[in-house]
Structures are given as C-alpha cells and as structure tokens.
Design a protein around this ligand. Sequence first.
Ligand code: SF4
Length: 334
Amino acid sequence: MTAISEHTQNGQPLLRVNGLKKYFPVRSGVFSRTSAWVKAVDDVSLTIQHSETLGLVGESGCGKTTVGRTILRLMEPTAGEAIFEGNNIFHLGAKELRAARRHMQIIFQDPYSSLNPRMTVGSIVGEPLKIHRLAKGSDLQDQVEQLLIRVGLRPEHHSRYPHEFSGGQRQRVGIARALALRPKFIVCDEAVSALDVSIQAQIINLLKDLQEEFQLAYLFITHDLNVVEYLAQRIAVMYLGKLAEVAPTETLFEDAQHPYTQALLSANPIPDPSKQGDRIVLEGDVPSPLNPPVGCRFHTRCPQVMDICKTNEPPLIHIGPIQNEHQVWCHLHS
Ligand code: SF4
C-alpha cells in the first residue's frame, strides 16, 4: 500500500487520505453484468496541511480529477478513507456530509458549464449560504456582494447571468461560490486550464491572496507544472491511477527521482530556453486503466526499465534525511 506522508504542521494534517481506490464497473451483455473494472485510482495516500497547497499533476486520464472528486464524495469511493479534521468523510451519513461540505469545496475547470445559465450570479454565489441557512434577505445580499467584491467583481454584477461574463469573470464567480461558506479546503480541479494565459495569472494570484487571507488549503489538480511550481508547497505526481513521486516543490524540480517525473519536467517549457535540458521522449501511449501493466505501471514506457519492473510493483522509497518528505515508488531506488 502507498504509505502516508507525515509532513505535518501543528500535529495533525487537515486531510489524510489513506489507500484511496476508485474503480468504475465496465458492464456488458444483455443483463449489463460487470465484466471488468477500470481502476481509475488505485491505492493513493496523501496528506494536506492547514493552509497548504498540494499540487497533483499527471497526464490527462491518470486519475487526478477522480482523486479530488472522490475525496469530496462527489463520487463514492471503492475503498480507503479520507480523514478530514478527525472525521472519515467516507463514513458520514447525508446530514453529516452536508455539514462537512461547508468546509470542503471545489472549483471546477470549466467556468462555462459549471455555472447554471438560468441563475443570476447573486443566486449562484448565495445558494450555498441559503442551503446551509447561514443568511437570508438583506444579509444574504450583503454577503454575496462582499464576496463578489473580494473576487474582483462588482456588487451590481449580482443580478447578471453567467453568459454576460468573460471566462475569467465566470471563474471568479465560481471562486466566490466556493468561498461563500468560508471553507478550510478547496479542490481546484484544473481551475485555470481553460483560461487565457494573462487571465490565468490573475486567477492564480487571486487564489494565492485568498489562501493567505482565509488560511485555505488547496488540492490543486493540473497538468501544468509551471502553475504548481508557483502555487504549491508540495507536489504529488500520478501515473495511471497511482502515485509515482511526492516531494516539496523545489526538491521535485531540482532533484526528481522517478523516471516519469523526470520525463514530465524535461517536456515542461521554461522561460529561459538555454536552461532547458534534453527532452526525454516517452514512447507509446498511456496504457488503459482497464488493463494496467503488471509490476510497475510505467514499465511499458520507462527509459530505465529493468526486468523486476515487469513483475513486481515498486515499493515506496524515502529519499533524503527527512522521513516521508520525498517519496518515490521505483525499483531504481530500492
Ligand atoms: Fe522505470 Fe522500473 Fe522505476 Fe518503474 S520501477 S519507473 S519501470 S525503473
């Protein structure tokens, strides 16, 4: 099993995910029987501290979005636990889950489809406050207007509809909605990927400011390494449903130990091209999670593959003097 990071602050982490699995059934035949399972997330463990940003990176289809949504129980997990402030989110009944959701929110990738086009911006941002019975009447309107101002919109925007806004403005509405209940933890699921580069920078800076102001913790899911280098204190790299490497951001960029992380970094454009190293080109496509390779899941594409990699799953190896700070799953280090 993937081990738990003990990178803690003030004792306990805000969130501890342990052995998370999410399998999707593949049904076939006239009776729609389950004939196989897509192992989208397969035994992932991680921790997130109060006010910390953990970047979760990997190619599309590696399971990172499923991790984020399952932690919030927008999808039901197959196995594992998610301990948030002492409570296992996966064991909560409907009422307790609703209460826990006050503190756990999500910002989606696509600001175009994540906002109800028939609702005004004021109703969208105020809806969580109404559902949790935290405000009504003029107090609700005040709180919504304050939220709009805080994310860089104007109070009068509350009566407008999403289609009247640009992509960046809509993402600001999504952020205001996520912020309404004063959460402690937000999953940012490719939250800036659909935006133009200049707008991306504005939204990233907004998220950073809000983190400081409200002591937010983020799980920042993205395929863009430059974004997490700027935002995250630690980065977890995923490949085909499993973690490959977890390390503090600077360590990962300067001393990546997993061949997959090294390949991702080599393909990552950097501002000074003279410092760009040789690109490691990975052969072939990511295998299907329906039938993942035996042994190390990366062995079919790894430039440093050995015989043991084709049969034995790599164990967790701790790199460096601080236990659990830099974790890598690779036979090269065992
Ligand atoms: Fe490559 Fe083997 Fe390490 Fe997997 S375990 S990343 S195949 S060297």
